[in-house]
Each structure stands twice: as C-alpha cells, then as structure tokens.
Design a protein around this ligand. Structure first.
Ligand SMILES: C[S@@+](CC[C@H](N)C(=O)[O-])C[C@H]1O[C@@H](n2cnc3c(N)ncnc32)[C@H](O)[C@@H]1O
Length: 185
C-alpha cells in the first residue's frame, strides 16, 4: 500500500509553526521521550518533530533521523544548527528500501513514525528493522494521515506490525491521524 512520496517542497508546510494548532510536538512527545534517550525518526521531513525530540533527549541523548530526500535533510540540519541542537541529531540519507539501523541494534528507546509508513515500499520490513533496533519494551508511536490512509489500510499496517515484533498498547487520539502506540514484544 505504498503511497506517493511527499514532495520536498511540502516539507515547508509540514514544518510551519502554525501546525502546532493541530500537532503540538511537546504535548505529543513528552509522554514517550526523556533525557538521555536514543530516539529514531524515519521520515523526519524538515524536522518538525525532530527539534523537539532533540530538546527532550537533552545533551546526553541523541536522535537518529533518516530520510530519502536530501532537501528535507538539508533543511532539517539548517534548522537544527540555528537552534543549537545539531550535535544531538544524526541526520542520515537512506535509499528507501531500509533504514540502515544495524549499528543501533537493541539500543533505541523510542521510534517516532509520523506520516511516513504509508510512503514506504514495505511496512513489514520497516517494523522488523524498528523492532530489532528497539530495546525490549521500547515504544513506537505510529501516526498516519487519516485523509490518505483508510481505516482498512491502517488495520493492515497494524497487522504487519504484529507480525514483526510489536503489540498494540493503545490507540491515542491524534488529530487528522490514525494512530497507535506499539510496544516491542
Ligand atoms: C509526509 S512527510 C512527513 C514528515 C514528518 N514526519 C512530519 O510529520 O512532518 C514524509 C517524509 O518521509 C520521507 N520518506 C518517504 N519514504 C521514506 C522511506 N522509505 N524512508 C525514509 N523516509 C521516507 C519523505 O521524504 C518525507 O520527508
């Protein structure tokens, strides 16, 4: 169910501060992220959530963000540099058929997958990689845009997560989204 990849210029809209009226990064992320954590964020775009993740993990933590589009990553790095957070962010370009997380096996505390899994060529492979990277009991917050991903498609995504090392812990209400908190089994 791979959808079209979001064009790079849409990244500017997604990173606009007005979005806080709908998706408030501190409110969404604080329940999951704390000082010293290692966090993975596939598909960060221009870093709308990445900067808040970097603030929450503090100086002793890190955020590994991977995207397929160099323009998204360039703007993310620019914004992170301006806010003094770049040293906590490892922004990686990936080819799209995997996240290249072998160096983080069993070390990750939290994965944020916001509006990205439906753009991936294989959700099953993504969940398997995320599960291998997470520590036991680690969480993944999954949110997919409800105007693009049908309830049926989301059910298939959750099924794939279940087949690849996760159980659904809760279904939080996130505006304009179909969402779930997944726990590594
Ligand atoms: C709709 S945007 C969401 C950006 C950000 N998560 C947000 O909510 O503002 C999707 C992002 O995922 C990236 N992406 C798409 N397929 C990907 C893949 N297979 N691996 C990593 N990133 C991917 C796109 O380049 C884009 O930056």
């Amino acid at each position: 169910m791979s959808h079209r990849v979001c064009p790079w210029w849409l990244g500017y809209f997604l990173a606009n501060p007005i979005r806080r009226l709908v998706h408030d990064p501190p409110a969404l992320l604080r329940p999951f992220v704390s000082e010293g954590m290692t966090v993975v964020e596939p598909g960060p775009g221009m870093g709308y959530f990445t900067l808040e993740l970097a603030r929450l993990v503090g100086r002793s933590g890190k955020v590994v963000a991977m995207d397929i589009q160099p323009k998204m990553l360039a703007k993310l790095r620019h914004r992170a540099r301006k806010t003094g957070l770049l040293d906590r962010i490892d922004a990686r370009r990936v080819p799209g058929d995997g996240m290249g997380l072998d160096d983080l096996k069993g070390q990750v505390d939290f994965v944020l997958a916001f509006a990205v899994v439906h753009e991936m060529p294989g959700a099953g492979r993504f969940f398997a990689e995320a599960s291998a990277a997470l520590k036991p009991g680690g969480r993944l917050l999954l949110a997919e845009p409800s105007f693009e991903v049908s309830e049926r498609e989301f059910a298939v995504t959750l099924h794939l997560a279940g087949q690849n090392g996760f159980r659904v812990e809760s279904r939080p209400a996130i505006r304009w989204s179909r969402s779930a908190v997944l726990v590594k089994i």
